[in-house]
Ligand binder design. Sequence first.
Ligand SMILES: [Fe+2]
Ligand SMILES: [Fe+2]
Length: 277
Amino acid sequence: MTALIPVTEVAAAVDGFLAASPAARAWDVETAFDWARADADRLTDGQRSAVRFVTLIEDHLPGYFDVYHRHFPVDDTVDRATFTHNRELYHFTVRWALEEDTHARALARYQEAAGIAERGALRDELAIEGQKPFDLPYGHPVQFFAYALVQEKATQMYYQHLRDVVDEPVLAAVLGRLARDEARHFSFMADVVGRYLRVHGDGVVDPLRDVIATFRMPLADTMRGYWRWALQIADVASYDHTEAYEHLIKVIDRAVDAESDRFGELVRFIDECRTVA
Ligand SMILES: [Fe+2]
Ligand SMILES: [Fe+2]
């Protein structure tokens, strides 16, 4: 892929992410929660539905992870400079994938422990969406990071909002862990997008504009009944991915002179795409 940032830039972002993710702060599904106390009877129907929805989204991790392999290959299909860049990025993606896979397991375990779903039935239900393809139709590397920036922030905010309204301590604890991880994932993406802005300047304006103009949350195009379900979960706790756009604007403001014509125009465009301006 052309227009990458230098390997030293991506390495610095990955080092920052891993420094913010020490083993002492890691958690696991087996010991982090008191599963015996999980109780879906304390949830509303809407809250149960929201848990089922986010489990499906998190469980699609193999599809998301595969996007990085396809677009940032770590093999002999790329030149040496691209390989070294992608190899550094890989230190992030494997760690990120482990954390996202843990989210999927935590939510599935919650459903089982709380009495929302039986394990075998849930496995079969998740497989229906899990087998569907996922790809991001981008040609510029910054787009993958900008997309993930919005998606991680939107997910973080939804978990926080949902945690604020549930009256069930085990689910609240799970959502708290997930939200903190998503916040760290967001910070990495924001760091990388900032580096692209500083390295490539105007060269990333059109790619960034394209990400916002075509933005769809993951699985929005493949999941059966996605939009009906998305409206339902927004009813339970506020959910609006365009709320995350202000965080992209902040990244742009910090990295470049947003007063310049092209960036000023980009910021105005992103701002106008927000549902609540
Ligand atoms: Fe996640
Ligand atoms: Fe995440």
